[in-house]
Design a protein. Structure first.
Length: 169
């Protein structure tokens, strides 16, 4: 399979925060934001793999800023690295000032998806070829994050996590 560029998976979903999606403080429910991020990430994973793609894990979520009622919210997702059957998807969440159009990055997340066939069995996917400095940073970090996850789950011995060890040596 030929490697793909991360931008080929780029998915952007823009929506308005409505009253039924907010808490008592008129801020977007965290669960609502998680669902929006999962949808955008799922589309990005499918675009990259051209396979059914299912959420395997939510590896990181940072609710850096609350999103008020009436905000225009953009969720941007892109595959940062593909492994054999899984892929890491990085998600950035932006709000837009409707007066001047200025966008502010307010939240972020990292999800892992697995590509599966019609029987639900993991299936091979194309690799990623990073183009920009940011894409390369995210690509490199994805292997370290995967190794850390495997070590914590007991599926990899710490001495085998070479990329992770390199951070400390």
């Amino acid at each position: 399979m030929e490697a793909k560029h991360p931008s080929e998976s780029r998915t952007v979903l823009t929506d308005l925060v409505l009253p039924g999606e907010t808490n008592q403080l008129n801020k977007l429910f965290g669960g609502e934001l998680l669902a929006r991020m999962d949808r955008a990430a799922g589309i990005a994973a499918r675009r990259h793999s051209r396979k059914i793609s299912v959420t395997a894990s939510v590896n990181h979520v940072a609710f850096n800023e609350a999103i008020p009622l009436g905000s225009v919210v953009t969720v941007e997702a892109m595959v940062s690295r593909a492994f054999n059957t899984s892929m890491e998807v990085v998600i950035d969440v932006w709000t837009e000032d409707q007066e001047n159009g200025q966008k502010t990055r307010v939240n972020e997340a990292i999800y892992t998806f697995v590509a599966v066939d019609e029987q639900g069995k993991p299936t091979a996917i194309p690799q990623i070829q990073p183009e920009t400095k940011l894409e390369q940073q995210r690509y490199d970090g994805a292997l370290r994050r995967k190794q850390l996850s495997l070590v914590l789950a007991g599926k990899m011995k710490p001495h085998d996590a070479t990329e992770l060890k390199a951070l400390f040596l």
